[in-house]
Design a protein around this ligand. Structure first.
Ligand code: NDP
Length: 274
C-alpha cells in the first residue's frame, strides 16, 4: 500500500518540504507520497482523525500549527516539550506521537558543513529569543557544549528562555556582545534579522576570535549580510539552508524506513527555489 505523508500549515504553498521528501522518495524508489495540505487551526482535529484512521503514516507541521498540535498528540517527546513546538508527527496504529527535529537539523547542518565545530566549545553566543532559538539551545545543550550566552533585543525574553532551558544557557544584555565575543568560538543568529537583506547595526563581529564559526538560521537570502560580513573578516560561516534539509531526515526515516542523505544535488534543487 502506498505510504502517504504530509506537511500541514496555513499558508502552506511556499513549503519546500514536498520537494525535499519527493526527491528522497524518487531516489529510493519508495511507493510513497508527500503532499502539502493547507490546514487552519480549527481544522486540525479533522486532519488528526484522518491520521488516526490510517490514511497517513505521519507528516510535518509548520506555522501556525506547531503549538496547537500538542493537545491532539497522544505523546510528545520531552525535547519537543522543552522546545515548545512539534514539527513532526508519526502515526503508530491509532496513536500519534509528536517530535521536534529542528534541533537535529541544526546539528546535522553544522556536522556536515563544519565537522568538529563542537569540539572543546567552551563559550558560544546565540542571538534571538523567539520560537527558533529554543531548538538551537536544546541542540547545543544536547551536544554538551560549555556556556551558551543568549542575547536578545528584548532582554526579558532572553531571561525567560534561559530560565526555561536551564544551564548552560545564560541570558546577557544585547550590549554585552563586545565583551563576550572574544571567547565565543560559535555565533548563531536565531533572530529574523537578515531576511530581505536586513543587517545588525550594532554587532562588532571583529571582536570574535580568529577561527570562530558564524551560522545563520535565516536562509533567504542564503548569504545574509551577517554571513557576508563574517566571511569578509576571515571567519568560518555556515548558512541556514542545511538546517531545513537536515530537519527533514528523521521524519522521512520514521515514515518510510530509510535514512536519506542530504546530498549536494538535493541542496542545489532547493537552492534553485529560493
Ligand atoms: P520569531 O518571530 O519568533 O523571533 C524573532 C526574533 O528576532 C526575536 O528574538 C526578535 O527580538 C528578533 N529580532 C527581530 N528584529 C530584530 C532586530 N531588528 N534586531 C534584533 N533582533 C531582532 O522568529 P523565529 O524565532 O521563529 O525565527 C527566526 C528566524 O529563523 C526566521 O527568519 C526563520 O525563518 C528562521 N528559521 C530557520 C530555520 C531553518 O531551518 N533554517 C528553522 C526555523 C526558523 P525581540 O524578541 O526583541 O522582538
Amino acid at each position: 500500500m502506498t505510504r502517504k505523508a504530509f506537511v500541514i500549515g496555513h499558508p502552506i504553498v511556499h513549503s519546500r518540504s514536498p520537494l525535499i521528501h519527493g526527491s528522497w522518495l524518487k531516489a529510493h524508489g519508495i511507493d510513497g507520497s508527500y503532499e502539502a495540505i493547507d490546514v487552519e487551526p480549527a481544522a486540525l482535529p479533522a486532519l488528526f482523525a484522518r491520521l488516526r484512521a490510517g490514511e497517513f503514516v505521519g507528516g510535518n507541521v509548520t506555522i501556525p500549527l506547531k503549538e496547537p498540535v500538542f493537545a491532539l498528540c497522544d505523546s510528545v517527546d520531552p525535547l519537543a516539550e522543552t522546545i515548545g513546538a512539534v514539527n513532526t508527527l508519526v502515526a503508530k496504529g491509532q496513536k500519534i506521537h509528536g517530535f521536534n527535529t529542528d534541533f537535529m537539523g541544526f546539528l546535522g547542518n553544522l556536522d556536515q558543513q563544519a565537522p568538529g565545530w563542537s569540539d572543546d566549545l567552551e563559550e558560544s553566543i546565540v542571538l534571538g529569543a523567539g520560537g527558533a532559538c529554543r531548538a538551537v539551545l536544546v541542540a547545543l545543550k544536547e551536544r554538551g557544549v560549555g556556556t551558551i550566552h543568549l542575547l536578545n533585543r528584548s532582554p526579558e525574553k532572553a531571561e525567560a528562555v534561559a530560565r526555561a532551558i536551564g544551564s548552560p544557557v545564560r541570558a546577557a544584555p544585547w550590549g554585552a556582545f563586545a565583551e563576550l565575543a572574544p571567547k565565543a568560538k560559535l555565533l548563531v543568529n536565531a533572530t529574523s534579522v537578515g531576511m530581505h537583506g536586513s543587517r545588525f547595526s550594532d554587532l562588532p563581529l571583529d571582536r570574535l576570535p580568529k577561527g570562530a564559526l558564524v551560522t545563520d538560521l535565516v536562509y533567504v537570502p542564503l548569504e545574509t549580510p551577517l554571513l557576508a560580513d563574517a566571511a569578509r573578516l576571515g571567519l568560518n560561516t555556515v548558512d541556514g539552508l542545511g538546517m531545513l534539509l537536515h530537519q527533514a531526515v528523521p521524519g522521512f526515516e520514521a515514515w518510510f524506513g530509510i535514512r536519506p542523505d542530504v546530498t549536494p544535488a538535493l541542496r542545489a534543487a532547493v537552492e534553485a527555489t529560493l
